[in-house]
Ligand binder design. Sequence first.
Ligand SMILES: C[S@@+](CC[C@H](N)C(=O)[O-])C[C@H]1O[C@@H](n2cnc3c(N)ncnc32)[C@H](O)[C@@H]1O
Length: 351
Amino acid sequence: MIKYLGSKRTLVPALGAIATAVAADTAVDLFTGTTRVAQEFKRRGIEVTAVDLATYSEVLARCFIATDATTVDPVELSEALDDLSSTPGRRGYVTRTFCEESRYFQPANGERIDAIRDRIEERYRDSALYPVLLSTLLLAADRVDSTTGLQMAYLKKWSPRSHRPLELRAPELLPGPGTAIRGDAMALVNQLPEVDLVYLDPPYNQHRYFTNYHVWETLVRWDEPDHYGVACKRLDSKDEHTRSVFNGKRTMPGAFTELIGRVRGRFVVVSYNDESWVSADTITEALARTNECVELVAFDRPRYVGARIGIHNPEGAKVGTVGRLRNQEYLFLAGPAESVAHARAAIDSQR
Ligand SMILES: C[S@@+](CC[C@H](N)C(=O)[O-])C[C@H]1O[C@@H](n2cnc3c(N)ncnc32)[C@H](O)[C@@H]1O
């Protein structure tokens, strides 16, 4: 899966165990990001609706959540991947913007990304494979990028992985139905189906996903946006409509407590970390208004890779000091007392 700030890779086993312990058949992952958590739910036979504001998240969700693996012809997929892999590279927007004006990819890989992305649009736009092929390209590009996992900057010295040739690998699709929706959680929450389990993992601070992952946003939209600055960020990242209420210090706490009051799930799990603008007490109170029982479980986790590598400017020089290298991740468990006890026992049995 792509490198992603706030991705819950290490919590996936615990979240999967919770879903099974509360006997969920249906779930909503309202801030799905990489779709990693939604995939774990789907792997356990749960019908998932995956929601996110980001265009690249929607494509990942259409591939990994909404596509039923049993409906995909492996021969057709393999032929499409062969076709794309053998497409000769061609200098286009990605090469110019992300390899020459900036250095996110080596030019040889940039030219292949340009050519493959164009071919997906020309040949597969109306195919059911479209989101699968786009996700395959996204994942392949992520494996050869030259960043610390954020696209606010790139490394001065090429990362070792950037020297490898771009390689398209068939993604591991899961059987069963699912739904992918792009949009604002605040606007969508009332329209979503009532489910057994709702998982909430919003951004808890100023880090904007639209700018942190602008290269993926552009690769999926394929709209050749005007850009600015050393990082070549999309010009529309300055527009109000690309902002999320969850990235505003003043707007986030109110929006999140309101959202908690509006979700329709028999059981609710909320991810939380101690760098958040909203206090654990505030979330507990909001959950307790609509749930019989609320518990908070702590997990000690290393921080995201950027913090561990250090804070660098685009020239590669260290420009800041790194704070602590571990932070505490929390899960709120909220629902009927018996279900909370089952979820708690499932987590404890994994430790
Ligand atoms: C902490 S990340 C989620 C990570 C995800 N659980 C994973 O493991 O990959 C938060 C996500 O919220 C999304 N987001 C931000 N504001 C949103 C909004 N108003 N509605 C829906 N999604 C939003 C971001 O695009 C980002 O993918």
